[in-house]
Design a binder for this molecule. Structure first.
Ligand code: PEP
Length: 249
């Protein structure tokens, strides 16, 4: 990758118990992580306070979602100001599992991104096509729609990282080839140059997610427009995650 600091996020999804999270935090605190990259871990909401208090400052903490507005009468939701209050600086928005299982639209993800940024959070904004969309030639349309949903609602991209996560690669063991990832990352960077600004396009981190592991990370990291990773399954294992963090060496 060539833009900004290399960025590795661990998305723990809806995994973990008090016991397993304690062990993972302990293991991460002992892991060898290069000092010149950004490393983010995203536990479930209920584990956030424990992780914030117990993980080394070398790691930054992220939520996996947040509410679209202010705190208030929104049963079951967590608002950005509550994440700020817990000293959680990041939030993942638009993950494909939420887009598909919870029917989150491009507009809703854009609204949530704008709201999170307005409250001072940093956002890992996820986009990506399904296999059916890719095979039917819809991939670029789909990605443009997802990017527009965000670009139509925010002016400042300084606190945004874009995660390209092809749905067919998430949790499937079918990683995109380095060339496939590079092709889409270059498309995203060009789209941002044309529709947002050349400055945003060259400064923004575009990270890849989808079956990244300790074996395939280095080759992906060698691609010009791959500025880091969002890691699901392999982030639950401190040693694998640390190896991925060292992939840009
Ligand atoms: C993810 O869901 O963000 C992800 C990339 O998952 P996995 O690494 O397990 O494919």
């Amino acid at each position: 990758g060539s833009s900004g600091k290399f960025f590795v996020g661990g998305n723990w999804k809806s995994n973990g118990t008090k016991e397993s999270v304690k062990k993972l935090v302990q293991d991460l605190n002992f892991a060898q992580i290069p000092s010149d990259i950004d490393v983010i871990v995203a536990p479930t909401y209920v584990h956030l306070p424990y992780v914030v208090e117990n993980i080394k400052d070398r790691f930054q903490v992220s939520a996996q979602n947040c509410w679209v507005g202010k705190a208030g009468a929104y049963t079951g939701e967590i608002a950005p100001e509550q994440l700020k209050d817990l000293d959680v600086p990041w939030v993942i928005l638009g993950h494909s599992e939420r887009r598909s299982l919870l029917k989150e639209s491009n507009e809703f993800v854009g609204d949530k991104t704008a709201n999170a940024l307005a409250h001072g959070l940093k956002v890992i904004a996820c986009i990506g096509e399904t296999l059916e969309q890719r095979e039917s030639g819809q991939m670029y349309n789909v990605l443009e729609g997802q990017l527009s949903g965000i670009a139509d609602r925010i002016a400042d991209w300084d606190n945004v990282v874009v995660a390209y996560e092809p749905v067919w690669a998430i949790g499937t063991g079918k990683v995109a080839t380095p060339d496939q990832a590079q092709e889409v990352h270059a498309f995203i960077r060009k789209w941002l140059a044309d529709k947002v600004s050349p400055n945003v396009s060259s400064a923004i981190r575009i990270i890849y997610g989808g079956s990244v592991n300790d074996k395939n990370a280095a080759e992906l990291a060698g691609k010009e427009d791959v500025d880091g990773f969002l890691v699901g399954g392999a982030s639950l294992q401190a040693q694998s995650f640390a190896t991925i963090c060292n992939a840009n060496a």
